[in-house]
Every structure is written in structure tokens, then in C-alpha cells.
Design a protein around this ligand. Structure first.
Ligand SMILES: Nc1ncnc2c1ncn2[C@@H]1O[C@H](COP(=O)(O)OP(=O)(O)OP(=O)(O)O)[C@@H](O)[C@H]1O
Ligand code: NI
Length: 380
């Protein structure tokens, strides 16, 4: 948010993030209570970068991404608070008419299941032509040429003839390529991809991932990529947002996050590598009830480092994680590595924690310290 410390030459408006999600709350009113699926989530997406959103099933990744263009079912869903600034415009306040221009236009979506994104009764070519014509004033034949060009670009062989085929005539991987072509039809600045490879065979997954990497460079897009798979994160992310129970636990540059995971939840996710984002084997337990999440840090009931301070109040504020490699530039940059954990709160350190830890064995250590962070060295 603040650009203190940057020189005037570099702090111009074009450096504002393309997408800035701030304090977003998306709730669902159900018979069983209000599901706080996304509960105060903030992250930025810069122009041309890939941000991966990771976290266990149910942590709110999909709801967060679908809230950007209000794709969630409303009702029961509602944006209960926060801002979604896209190129400076708050989409949380935008009209449905405006959102229809943006969806499939400047913001493209790709979902896990390509089947659901395609209409079975129209040829894929016609569907892409329609998407192109909604978002540009190309003639029918120009749109057709562009559709074939896009199908070719996403790796559909003999694109011109395959454009006349129906979705069921394509394999799963090819169908997902068609959906990606359709998402590109509006020349998006931002592509939001929600587990786009999860339903595909492993070899196809790798190809589609490479396609995303190539397209990003070619189209100079930003990508928000939701995944369970930290292997995927390592391959394509510039930065990472770690979600748990509707909150952001940690965010930062992919290298810093992998090398110096600060939040015990992120550490647990990394301990499960290679894995599918299920930390229950590493730490036991499961996600809290989203209608009645615990106070304090939402991860505290499962956290091996939790102390009394973790149990009360709100989720700790995002605090800067000191990376040894950093030059110590005054910690004003919101893009830097941050974690929502009491151990990183100003004025907090491992000694304070030891004194306040209930029933401490004296072995408590900050989750980021050398004894606490590793996979070895634990005493249990
Ligand atoms: N339409 C809805 N009505 C009620 N609750 C919902 C609705 N959609 C999502 N939720 C709830 O919101 C929470 C977050 O769900 P979300 O789908 O965003 O999780 P996710 O992190 O994407 O999980 P996954 O990895 O399984 O896709 C869950 O508790 C889910 O049950
Ligand atoms: Ni999801």
C-alpha cells in the first residue's frame, strides 16, 4: 500500500497493482448459519506476474477468486466487506452490467472442470466467436479468424477444422485448451485459473501448465492460479498467498516462502511435499467450522507452536518476516514476505512465547527459528 522509501521516479501510477484485494469478506447465509468463507483477505497482483493461491480444501481459495468478478451465487453469498480494486476500480461495488463487461473481457476465468464452461450444443468455434464479439467490434468473419488463431495458439491441432466440432468431441486436456482459448478471447489483463489442471492426467497437467507459462509471456497477462499442489506453485508462481479457513496466513515471493516458510501452517504444507495440499497427515485435525471459526489465529487448534496469545482476539495482523537475504529496507513494502502469526508480531519473540506458553516444556521455539522450522529436529 505505502510506497514510502521508493524514489519518485519509480513510484508512478503504473506501479499500482493490477488487482488489489483488500479486506475482502465473502459470506454465505445458510440454514446452518453464516459461512465466513473469505473473512478479511488481502493480496495484490502486479502486472505480468503469477500469484498462486494455496491452502487445504475448504480454505476459501475458490470463493476468494470468484468474488473478484462476483461469480459466486448471490444469494446465499454476499460480499460483506472489503474492496476488489481492479486497475483502480472497485469491482465489489460494480453493477452487474459492468461486471458482465469485465468477465470474459479484461478478466478471464478458467475452472477446474472444462465441461462446465462449455455449452454442449454449440461448436467450440461458435462459442469462441461469440466470446470475441461480446468483447470487441470484430465482424463475424474476423472473429472466426481470431477464434481459429486462438485455438491454434493453445495447441489444438488442425484448429480450423476442429473449430466446427462440439465439446464432446474433445478429450479432457483439449477441452481445457478450448476453455483457455475462450478466456483469451477478450484479451484479458488478468486470468484467474482455479485448479485448471487438477482434473487432468499428470502428463496433460504438465503440458497445460507450460501453456499457461507461455501465454502469460506472450499476452503479458497477470495470472491468479489456485492450486493444492506445491509442485505446481514451485513451477509457475512469482508470489504465493497461503489461505486457511478464510484468512491469509502468509504471503510472499515464491523463493522466500519455500526457503523460509514463516507460518506453521505453511511449514506443515511444505512438510507434505510432494502432496495434494492435505496437511492432516502432518499435523492431524481438520479445518474449523466455517460458521463458527475459532478466535485468535484460526490455525491455533492444530498448531504445534500455539501459545495462549494465539487463542484470543483476532487473526494476528500480517507482520513482516525478516529474511536474512533482505537489505533491511524499512519494511514499508506490502509486497514483502509477511505472515499472520503472533511470533512475527512486533515486540514478540521466542522468549516472550516461552514465558507465556501454558505447560511449556521449555522446548518451545519460534516457528521460523532454526530448531522449529525444519522437518528434523523436532522432539516428538
Ligand atoms: N454456495 C455456498 N454456500 C455455502 N457455503 C459455501 C458455498 N460455496 C462455498 N462455501 C463454503 O465456503 C468455504 C470455502 O470454500 P471454497 O470452495 O472457496 O474452498 P477451496 O479452498 O476452494 O477448496 P477446494 O480446494 O476444495 O476447492 C467452504 O467452507 C465451503 O463449504
Ligand atoms: Ni476451490
Amino acid at each position: 500500500m505505502s510506497h514510502n522509501g521508493q524514489s519518485a521516479a519509480t513510484a508512478d501510477a503504473s506501479e499500482e497493482p493490477l488487482l488489489s484485494v483488500r479486506g475482502l469478506q465473502t459470506y454465505f447465509d445458510t440454514d446452518n448459519g453464516t459461512v465466513r468463507a473469505v473473512d478479511g483477505v488481502s493480496f495484490d497482483v502486479e502486472r505480468g506476474e503469477t500469484v498462486c493461491v494455496v491452502g487445504e480444501s475448504g480454505s476459501g481459495k475458490t470463493v476468494a477468486c470468484e468474488s473478484v468478478t462476483k461469480l459466486i451465487d448471490m444469494p446465499p453469498g454476499r460480499i460483506a466487506g472489503g474492496e476488489v480494486l481492479f486497475d483502480g476500480e472497485d469491482l465489489a461495488q460494480a453493477s452487474e452490467k459492468r461486471l458482465k463487461q469485465i468477465r470474459g473481457g479484461r478478466i478471464g476465468h478458467v475452472f477446474q472442470n472444462p465441461q462446465g464452461a462449455l455449452n454442449p450444443v454449440y461448436t467450440v468455434g461458435d462459442q469462441i466467436v461469440e466470446a470475441i464479439r461480446i468483447h470487441s467490434d470484430r465482424s463475424k468473419s474476423e472473429a472466426r479468424d481470431r477464434a481459429v488463431e486462438l485455438l491454434d495458439r493453445v495447441g489444438i491441432p488442425e484448429a480450423a477444422s476442429r473449430a466446427d466440432e462440439y465439446p464432446h468431441e474433445f478429450s479432457g486436456g483439449m477441452k481445457q485448451r478450448v476453455v483457455i482459448a475462450m478466456a483469451l478471447a477478450g484479451d484479458p489483463d488478468l486470468l484467474i485459473a482455479d485448479e485448471p489442471t487438477t482434473a487432468l492426467d499428470v502428463t496433460i497437467q504438465a503440458q497445460i501448465l507450460r501453456l499457461f507459462e507461455d501465454l502469460q509471456e506472450e499476452f503479458d497477462m497477470s495470472i491468479v492460479f489456485v492450486t493444492h499442489d506445491l509442485g505446481v506453485v514451485a513451477q509457475i508462481a512469482d508470489r504465493v498467498v497461503v489461505m486457511y479457513s478464510g484468512k491469509v496466513m502468509e504471503r510472499g515471493d515464491v523463493f522466500e516462502l519455500f526457503e523460509q516458510a514463516a507460518h506453521p501452517y505453511t511449514q506443515a504444507l511444505l512438510r507434505c511435499l510432494p502432496g495434494r495440499g492435505d496437511v492432516s497427515e502432518a499435523i492431524g485435525g481438520s479445518l474449523p467450522d466455517p460458521t463458527n471459526p475459532p478466535s485468535g489465529c484460526r490455525f491455533h487448534p492444530r498448531c504445534p507452536h500455539a501459545v495462549r496469545d494465539c487463542q484470543t482476539g483476532d487473526q494476528p495482523p500480517m507482520a513482516a518476516v525478516d529474511d536474512p537475504e533482505d537489505e533491511g529496507d524499512g519494511d514499508t513494502d506490502d509486497r514483502e514476505h509477511r505472515a499472520s502469526c503472533v511470533y512475527y508480531r512486533t515486540g514478540y519473540n521466542a522468549d516472550t512465547v516461552r514465558q507465556t506458553a501454558p505447560g511449556t516444556t521449555g522446548e518451545a521455539s519460534a516457528p521460523g527459528s532454526s530448531t522449529g522450522a525444519g522437518t528434523e529436529g523436532g522432539d516428538d
